[in-house]
Ligand binder design. Structure first.
Ligand SMILES: Nc1ncnc2c1ncn2[C@@H]1O[C@H](COP(=O)(O)OP(=O)(O)O)[C@@H](O)[C@H]1O
Ligand SMILES: [Mg+2]
Length: 284
């Protein structure tokens, strides 16, 4: 049985103005998995994330970390946030120090680590996010994408077990979005549990081991990407499109270019590999 590292149990949460943001959310996150939470704007993704590291407290239900209910004393929250790190969607809500170095080192210094260990962690985080050349820059002079990468570096330097990225590629240019995806793969290979929220179905499909679909404060589907995307009623209900790889696959099957038994491609290379050479098609 895979170990459940983080869990939402019957979670309900309303904002002070009465908005029911989470209606009854149950979700298990397995250790070491890559989970994507898909859902349109306002589905409740960010609210759920803020429950995961105790920024908001549920009205009812609970969050469990490694099987134990989280508690909300300052001490318990500091411990939880060492284990569960969040990269917020808006980097301006994450960066507050004068320089990039100060910002990335702030968290690890607060953990009471030595200057040398902090320096080594910051150096690695700068390399991983390609921000080494920005190290002495004031954070307020950075571009949006640079701020985003520095805010990711700040969370990496904390070396949490679970890293949550809220809409991580929004606002990144294509090259940095691709590099970010490679970083996610590296983090996963190193055993970290990764949760991302997105409404980018292509990203969710190629990135994740499992997907949870959120709609109006509820999880309406949870499972392997290729199973979920074949449930068209679910996809429509959550206002999502199909990943281009799945659309292309089904068009090719419809046109007779691919036998219906061809497995769904996970990458562009899989899709191209499945298409028979031209000579086979003519003789077919
Ligand atoms: N601070 C807030 N006060 C009141 N309502 C909020 C607040 N933040 C978010 N909401 C509402 O809660 C719901 C869920 O929002 P959110 O979690 O941000 O969704 P998502 O991240 O999926 O776009 C939405 O209806 C949103 O308008
Ligand atoms: Mg959000």
């Amino acid at each position: 049985m895979p170990e459940v590292i983080l869990e939402a149990v019957d979670l309900k949460y309303s904002y002070p103005d009465g908005t029911n943001a989470l209606r009854k959310v149950c979700l298990q996150v397995e250790k070491g998995e890559r989970l994507a939470i898909l859902g349109s704007n306002g589905a409740g993704k960010s609210t759920l994330f803020m429950q995961f590291n105790g920024i908001y407290r549920p009205n009812s239900g609970c969050i469990k970390y490694q099987g134990r209910d989280i508690t909300y004393s300052n001490k318990a929250l500091i411990e939880l946030r060492k284990k569960v790190g969040i990269v917020f969607q808006d980097p301006d809500s994450q960066l507050f120090s004068a320089s990039v170095y100060q910002d990335i080192s702030f968290g690890p210094l607060n953990l009471g680590l030595s200057e040398e260990i902090v320096a080594a962690r910051v150096k690695q985080a700068l390399i991983d996010t390609e921000t080494t050349d920005l190290v002495d820059k004031p954070t307020h002079l950075l571009s949006y994408g640079q701020k985003k990468r520095v805010s990711i570096a700040g969370v990496l330097a904390m070396e949490p077990e679970v890293i949550i990225f809220d809409e991580p590629t929004a606002g990144l240019d294509p090259r940095h979005a691709l590099e970010f995806m490679q970083l996610l793969k590296k983090l996963r290979d190193s055993g970290k549990t990764i949760i991302i929220s997105t409404h980018d179905v292509d990203l969710a499909y190629s990135f994740s081991d499992r997907i949870a679909i959120m709609c109006s404060g509820e999880i309406i589907g949870h499972g392997e990407p290729s199973e979920l995307f074949l449930q068209s009623d679910l996809i429509q209900r959550a206002d999502l499109a199909l990943p281009w790889l799945i659309e292309m696959h089904s068009e090719l099957v419809k046109k007779g270019w691919l036998p219906p038994s061809t497995p769904l491609p996970k990458t562009k290379e899989d899709l191209l590999r499945n298409i028979p050479p031209k000579s086979d098609q003519q003789s077919a």
